[in-house]
Structures are given as C-alpha cells and as structure tokens.
Write a protein that binds this ligand. Structure first.
Ligand SMILES: [Zn+2]
Length: 620
C-alpha cells in the first residue's frame, strides 16, 4: 500500500464505462517456472446488488519443508470489517483517512470445508476471526501436498481499506477468499509452523507463490480486470457472464469490476500494460501510461525484468480513494490522490497520480516477487518501493517531481524529508503493529527507509548501489527474503561494513545533525548532535582558493581539523548533501569573518570569474 503522510492525503479515482472485457491473448505466455506451493482454483459469484460473494475453492498446498504439517491456518481478512471490535478497527478506526462505515460492514464465512475425498473437517476461529484453523486427519510430510475443498460466502464492505464496493457498481475486491498462511521452518521466520497473523491495521500480507484459476460470475455489462490473464468469457444467458483468469507464480489474486471502466493499453518491453479508467478521468490516460511505462522500464533495468505477461493499472472513483494506491501481483490501483485533502486539485497541478502509479508498480518487484513478510518486516516492501519511487520520479520528472505549479514546487524526496523530520527518532525495524498510529508507521516503513536507502546510495555510489539492489533481487526473486538477507547481500556486494546503516538506521532510533561549530584562521571544528553516526566528509576552503575534502567518520561528538600553513575561509560538512537524513542542513557550512586582505583576495577572484563568465556567455 501507499501511505503518504503529507497532510490529509486523499485519493480520488474513478470508474468509467462500457467496453467489453479484454480478449484472451493469442499465444500462451511464459510464466515464471518455480514450484507452485499454494494454488487456488476458485469459482465465485458476485451479487452486485447485495454486494456479496458466494464461492467455492480448491486449495492445493505443497509442503516444501521437512516439517510435517498437522493442520491448516487460513486468513479470513474480510472479518476485520465485521464490527468495531476487530483488531483492525480497534487499532485504526480509520484507514488511510477513510472511516469504516458501520452501516456497510464486511465479513466472510466458511460454510463448508472438507478434504478432496469428501471427509468433513471442522474449522475453528482464531482471535478476532480474521484467522481460522482446521486439524488435518494426519500430518502431511515434507515433499507432499494436501488439498482442501472450501465453500464460503462474503459480504463486501463499503470501500475504505483497500477492498469493497463503492456506489452501485464499482468493485475492488482484495483479501476476499480463505487464504492459507505460509508454512515455514523456524530458521526462516519468527515462528515455526504457519506464519499467519490476525489482520492488523498496519500489517499487509504474506503468502506463498502458486497458480490461480479463478472463474468470476457477475452481471453482464461489467468490465473485469484481475491478477492474471483473461482466458475465457461466457454469456450465461441469464443476465450473467463468467470471466475466467489464470495466473502462475503469484502470491495473491485480486480483481475489479465496473460497467463504467474504459480501457487502453501499451506494450512495454513485451509486457501488456493496461489502464482501466473512469470516463471522468480520461485526462489521466497518457499520464498514467507514461508513468507505468517508466516504472516497468526503469525498475526492469535496475533490478530485473518484470516477470509477468500483463500489468493492469486500475483507476478508482474520487470518493472511493480507500481502494486506490494498492498493489497486488499484476494489478495495482492508482487514483488521483489530492494532498491538499480538500479534493480541489484533481490531479491537475500535482503528480500524485504518477507518484502513486510508480510506487505501486514498484511493489511488483518489492512485494509481489521479492515477497517480503509485510507483517513482520514492513520496512522492506514499503521502504524499498518508496526508495525506488524517489529515485525514479527524480530521474523522469525532474527536481520538482511531486508538485511543479507556479510558485509551489516540491520534490517527492522533500515530502519524505518533511515526514521524517516530524518523527526522526523512529527505528525502521519492527512488526507492523509495533508502530502506533499512522505517523510512526509511515516514518518507519516509508519515509525513513526511502531517505536511508537514498543516503546509502549517495555514499556507496550509484553503480554499487544498483549492483547491491539487483543482486539482492536476482538472488531472492520468488522467495521470502528478510532484513538479514539484505544485510548479507549489501555488505558482500559493496565490500563494506554497513553497521551504520543496519545498526544505526534499520534497528536504531537515533537521529543526527552535523554542523560546523567554528571556523578559525587555522582550524575548523565540526560537531555531531544525536546518536546516529554516518561517515561523511568536510570540505575546507582556503584563502588561496584551494580546498580539501576531509573524510570524517562522525564517531566522536566533535572533531578539529588544523591547517597551520594555510588560512581557512570556509568549511562545509557533507557538501554534496549525501546524508538526506541530516535533520538540519542550514548549519552544515560556516564562513570565517575575514580580514580585509582575505576579503579582497576572494572577491577579486570572484570578480574575474564573473567577468569571464559574462564574456563567455556574451560570445565576446
Ligand atoms: Zn506501498
């Protein structure tokens, strides 16, 4: 998910109109060839009037560990929206600025569960009902699979936290079917066994890769889009149609439906990039496709090619912003986020549309394929994605990549810096529910990691950083990498001890402010405030016009550099502004009060420089 901290962020999106669902592709595409661990064959019917789902699924789970599996643990995410007592609603009340509507709750109920041979099983609810468990008749050994037949029905909530309906005919359907947790040995996880937590307000998702075959029955006239490729559509002759999708090597399946969607597409590096938009947002078509093309192109270049044949970007209605700004495999939702919170900008004066689109597509690398545990280590998926967003936006949209409207100019990095400066003493590492409230979580998972990884890049250099990131991605694509895996890769590839990054920034809650505290004739004193230490450099300029760059580890609170044979004019810490986490930049440089001769020396030099410059540009 995308969670901007900027004041009262509001998403605005739309659903628009009337063309039939896309045709099935001509040739069978290549899907990533990996073990299909958790596979789902689902038939579901949407009652568009009642806003309900009725479904049946066959789940097949492969035990890839050597620990026998005695039971099965499911997520029933929609129960987070059943009533105010759920863990989710107790913790949040609102999600992303949108409130739960007690008049339109959401829930899911398993109406039948049995083994493939018909043996009935008994489902027991866990905690607030967002988890449930069945005992298997006998443990499933490593290397073997088990299958379950599950009947379910669900009430969709009015959209506020990613999923549900809006108005009469807009549906964004995520976290909607009974879904297994991840079976893991203790060596790979905080818990041995089923890694599955109740649905917390800040936590997102964690799942195994598998094959999804999903047949959706809904009223005719609806345009559908989903994870996967559309493979069949049938008019049932009774006012309904059935649209079937297939996906492989994905960790989730979400879908959207509205009779109002219009669609357009562009092929980018062999990937079909499709944009579903609402007619009132037709002005976003080129912008959304341009942003999506940039994301698929650059992230592919930096980290590794987008691995699926199709990518769908979904627009959402202005008033259903809770559905916008979300990522699923092969499907992201965007929208016209209005950071004034007043709904007045409508995407005309800012690049929130591009930001959200790029961020969510970034998750196709950092979530959908490098499938982090978003509950246990949320900083990884949001942080890597937001860092990638900062990087791409600056590269493609220039220095004012967030807002460039008249006198109002703002970069996305500046926005993240403002977020960070409000709560600089926040560690990045923690489980999603360790962070109280939007601010702490937003800084921990988004703003601080984006700035920390940018700082890491500035210190390692672009080439080394890209090698770190691409090596990490290639190594852990289609796996569940952890913070430790990233540390091993980053230190190995860079050949550096990165304690300052991991101990200082990931696990630590210290902040830093570097400043020049004194510039005397023959010495410079620099100082660090705060617990955080990041290696930097000090540029010292002398009266003869020369300068030196002094490395400074920053470890001591204060350091004096002396120059008995030279006259110091000026000193500046971190002159390249590499440490974008420095809490105050205004005190990074200091000039000495000069005597008249130094002043004349410098200004005479400046005068000649200025004269040369004018002559040059004047063509004289
Ligand atoms: Zn996100």
């Amino acid at each position: 998910m995308k969670k901007l901290l900027f004041p009262l962020v509001i998403f605005a999106l739309l659903a628009g109109c009337n063309r039939p669902a896309p045709p099935a592709p001509a040739a069978a595409p290549d899907w990533p060839d990996i073990p299909q661990v958790a596979s789902y064959n689902i038939e579901v019917t949407l009652d568009a009037d009642a806003k309900t789902l009725t479904g049946h699924e066959t789940i097949t789970y492969l035990n890839t560990t050597d620990i026998p599996i005695p039971d099965a643990v499911f997520h029933l995410y929609l129960n987070a929206f059943r009533d105010q007592n759920s863990i989710f609603l107790t913790e949040s009340g609102t999600a992303r600025g949108y409130a739960w509507d007690a008049g339109h709750p959401g829930w899911i109920e398993v109406t039948g569960i049995r083994l493939a041979d018909g043996t009935p099983l008994t489902l027991e609810s866990i905690e607030d009902g967002t988890l449930a468990r069945v005992q298997l008749p006998s443990p499933v050994p490593g290397g073997e699979s088990f299958s379950l037949e599950v009947d379910f029905r669900a009430q969709l909530p009015k959209v506020f936290a990613r999923t549900g309906f809006f108005g009469d005919d807009f549906f964004m359907i995520g976290q909607w079917f009974p879904k297994l947790g991840v079976w893991q040995p203790g060596s790979q996880s905080a818990v041995e066994g089923w890694n599955a937590y109740p649905f917390h307000a800040n936590s997102e998702f964690f799942a195994d890769f598998g094959t999804y075959d999903v047949a959706i029955t809904l009223p005719t006239g609806y345009v559908t889009g989903a994870t996967g490729l559309p493979v069949a559509e049938k008019d049932n002759g009774n006012g309904t149609q059935t649209v079937s999708y297939h996906a492989q090597s994905v960790i989730d399946f979400s879908w959207t439906a509205s009779p109002n969607f219009r669609q357009t597409a562009r092929t980018v590096n062999g990937v079909e990039v499709v944009y579903f938009y609402l007619p009132e947002h037709s002005f976003t078509v080129e912008r959304a496709l341009d942003a999506a093309e940039a994301a698929v192109t650059y992230f592919g270049e930096w980290y590794g090619a987008y691995p699926y044949p199709r990518l769908l970007v979904v627009d959402v209605p202005d008033e259903a912003g809770g559905a916008g700004g979300m990522e699923y495999p092969m499907l992201v939702t965007a929208g016209l986020e209005d950071f004034t919170g007043l709904g007045i900008m409508k995407g005309e004066f800012d690049r929130m549309l591009e930001l959200v689109t790029v961020h969510e597509i970034g998750h196709e690398w950092w979530y959908a394929t490098a499938a982090f545990n978003e509950a246990e280590e949320p900083w990884l998926d949001e942080g890597f994605t937001d860092y990638s967003t900062v990087r791409l936006m600056g590269k493609v949209y220039g220095p004012y990549d967030a807002v460039d409207a008249g006198n109002v100019k703002l970069s996305y990095q500046q926005m993240r810096r403002m977020d960070y400066l409000a709560f600089p003493n926040t560690p990045m590492y923690g489980k999603a529910w360790d962070f109280n409230g939007l601010a702490g979580y937003g800084v921990a998972a988004y703003a601080k990691p984006a700035l920390a990884l940018t700082t890491l890049e500035n210190i390692l250099g672009e080439e080394t950083m890209l090698e770190v990131m691409s090596t990490f991605y290639q190594r852990y694509q289609f796996q569940h990498p952890t913070t430790d895996d990233f540390r091993l890769t980053a230190e190995e590839v860079s050949g550096q001890d990165l304690d300052w990054f991991f101990d200082g920034l990931v696990y630590g809650d210290g902040a830093l402010n570097y400043s020049v505290s004194a510039v005397d004739e023959h010495s410079v004193t620099v100082m660090r405030q705060g617990e955080l230490v990041i290696p930097t450099e000090v540029e010292v300029t002398f009266s003869n016009g020369s300068a030196v760059l002094e490395p400074w580890g920053g470890g001591g609170g204060e350091q004096v550099f002396t120059y008995p044979d030279k006259t110091v004019i000026r000193a500046e810490i971190d002159p390249g502004r590499k440490i974008v986490l420095d809490t105050q930049w205004s005190d990074n440089g200091l000039s000495r009060r000069m005597d008249i001769w130094s002043w004349l020396a410098i200004n005479t030099r400046l005068f000649y420089q200025l004269q040369n410059w004018m002559l040059y540009w004047g063509g004289l």
